[in-house]
Ligand binder design. Structure first.
Ligand SMILES: [Zn+2]
Length: 80
């Protein structure tokens, strides 16, 4: 009998890390419907794009806040 994770005959599931075993279990729990899987991948990709965009906006806002703080500090130092 071959390993359910890698398919090798000289391997068993418990030879793999717990993380690999968890990932294998998650794959086993996934539906076999290819159209549904494609939709899930698309939705995941869109979610990643939205998260990247949010991250970019947050970084920009943080950058602006830092610059305003620096300008305020410089102003305060020049006008005691
Ligand atoms: Zn294996």
């Amino acid at each position: 009998m071959s390993c359910p994770i890698c398919g090798r005959s000289a391997c068993i599931q418990s030879f793999h890390s717990l993380e690999e075993q968890d990932l294998h279990e998650q794959r086993e729990a996934m539906p076999d419907d290819v159209a549904l899987l494609r939709r899930m991948v698309q939705e995941g990709a869109l979610e990643i794009l939205a998260l990247k965009s949010s991250l970019k906006n947050a970084a920009r806002a943080l950058d602006n806040a830092g610059r305003e703080l620096e300008a305020q500090s410089a102003y305060d130092a020049a006008n005691p």
